[in-house]
Design a protein around this ligand. Structure first.
Ligand SMILES: [Zn+2]
Length: 249
């Protein structure tokens, strides 16, 4: 049932049961899928919200056990790497992973890719899966890793991801979230390939670059709407910021 249909249903139900100005619809009378949808929406904003809604009533508590809620819940409250053992957190995160929470998939890919030199192919493959399921930060990381590569075909794929994010006006937001998540990652030397060759082949003379040089600071996503300027220069700038996250200079 879609959200608008659910709201329509709730309004109809309310009208049909209304007896006076103070009459209300009991949560018990609402269908389970509506409750799950409400709880999943709340949980997708923050894990803290999920904890709060669980304590509201038994109906919401039961709904939190639904697979869809575990798939949707935001994991922002958890670090990428749990340095200190926390059984409760590990149990919850494992359940999210088992239920195919996309954020979980993305994090697993990140840990594999940056955790050891042998995990790169597997890690990138997992992150690509999360990206294809619509996870924007996974798109950002896959896009940037591909642009760091020396393989021209891979760089083309990276451009596709970055173009999608730019059209959705969320490049800056994704970068900020990735930066936040990578705080707990130990930045080892050479964990990221450094491609010294810029995407823009005319960097020294490129009009787009010269126009933006010195003041290209994108404070929020709305600033990233100047599609008329050189696209390759735009991504060379993004690469510089991405390398900086890994102390690659
Ligand atoms: Zn250029």
């Amino acid at each position: 049932m879609t959200y608008s249909r659910l709201l329509k249903w709730a309004r109809t139900k309310r009208r049909s049961t209304r007896k006076g100005p103070n009459s209300t619809v009991s949560l018990k009378s609402l269908p389970k899928d509506l409750l799950v949808k409400v709880v999943a929406t709340v949980a997708s904003h923050s894990f803290t919200n999920l904890l709060a809604i669980k304590q509201c009533c038994k109906e919401f508590l039961d709904a939190t056990e639904d697979r869809y809620v575990l798939q949707s819940v935001s994991l922002d409250a958890f670090p990428l790497i749990q340095w200190l053992p926390n059984n409760k957190a590990s149990f919850f995160l494992n359940r999210c992973r088992e239920n195919e929470n996309v954020e979980s998939l993305y994090r697993e890919g990140l840990r594999k890719y940056f955790g050891n030199a042998n995990g790169k192919i597997d890690g990138l493959c997992i992150m690509n899966k999360a990206a294809q399921k619509g996870h924007n930060e996974a798109k950002y990381v896959c896009g940037m890793i591909s642009l760091c590569s020396g393989d021209d075909e891979l760089r083309k794929q990276g451009l596709e991801y970055m173009r999608f994010l730019r059209k959705s006006k969320c490049v800056v937001r994704c970068r900020k979230k990735v930066k936040q998540l990578l705080v707990s990652l130990w930045k080892k030397p050479r964990m990221l390939n450094h491609n010294l060759s810029p995407l823009c082949k005319f960097k020294s003379t490129c009009k787009g670059w010269r126009v933006k040089t010195g003041r290209w600071v994108l404070l929020d996503d709305d600033d990233d709407d100047d599609l008329g300027l050189c696209e390759h220069c735009r991504w060379d700038h993004e690469l510089k910021l991405f390398y900086h996250l890994f102390n690659v200079h």
